[in-house]
Design a protein around this ligand. Sequence first.
Ligand code: HEC
Ligand code: HEC
Length: 306
Amino acid sequence: MGQLLIAVLVGGIAAGAALVVLRTRSGSGNKSKVPPALRPADIDAVLESSRLTKIHGWGLALTLFFAFFMPAYWVQEPQNRLDNEKEFAEESLERGEKYYALATDQQTGEANPDGKECARCHGVDAEGGTNEFLNPNTGVRSIVQVPELKTVFARYEEPPPGFEDARTYIREVIERGRPGTDMPTWGAEYGGPLTEQELDDIVNWLEDINVAPQVDTDATGDQIFNQFCSTCHGIGGAGGSGPAMQGGGTVAEFPNVEDHANFVREGSQAGQPYGTSGTGTGAMPPWGGVLTDEQIQLVVEYERSL
Ligand code: HEC
Ligand code: HEC
């Protein structure tokens, strides 16, 4: 409807311009070389009657045209904005999905020149996976667990302290990467390859595919640990971006089981002490919103057995 109105307006202007050009052309042929502004004008009787009426007529026609065109356009405008917003949001999701994907589709072999290959580590369906990581600081090569991303929004529903919401936190992780781990820096501002818009597109897509993490009701402590904790604490608690848990270190940190469980439930706060000697950085997420008390109990027991 809005487009139709604009088409009518543009068409009208074009037709008017064409008319003016044609009239000046046809007039110039047989008249003398005297320019129009220097030719004698019509007599008063003509100027004040037929010519005046003609000008008034045009004025009225144009006034009427705009009187209807403007309100009609105005009434349409909110809907146009909404349609545009929806269209932009859909396009953003499409781009985000492409950036996430592999540069070559493994099944069809189809090329995806926009692919930034998050899927290489995080899985084609954002289901997580493993990757071989050569730590540049220590030179140690190890198999690391890569987190599932289709649940990342749900898992950070309660964001780490200092972050307004899951989105701000997740965007920042992608933009800056996780130094010391396999997660690269992606934001152009930090030396990565992605523009602000590309980051937004990926985050929009991750938010769109978000599902709640499925924890098997009969999952055992080690299964829960592998699903949620090993990305940071390493497979079998060998350590990673989070502290290692083997050799009784966790029991020494939390002699009391209840304190251990409460810490897992609430996560760490930057600069806040925890346990007997720990100081939080805010990087340990709260799990109370994801795991039930029984599941926290199971994973705590597993950690204490390592
Ligand atoms: C080379 C492998 C690799 C690639 C490529 C990669 N990641 Fe990661 N990513 C990881 C690892 C490993 C972690 C977990 C790091 C840790 O121990 O905290 C991670 C963590 C994350 C997290 C935080 C998840 C959480 O549960 O805390 C997000 C979000 C994320 N990556 C998004 C992305 C996006 C988006 C891309 C593509 C633009 C990408 N990653 C590409 C390996 C990778
Ligand atoms: C995104 C990374 C990450 C994930 C996932 C994670 N942790 Fe942590 N965790 C940390 C970090 C980092 C610390 C150290 C404290 C800090 O820096 O704030 C920590 C500390 C801990 C500690 C204290 C250990 C010590 O010796 O100081 C326990 C216990 C713990 N985490 C349990 C868990 C459990 C249980 C899960 C899974 C349900 C889990 N963590 C998942 C990052 C993580």
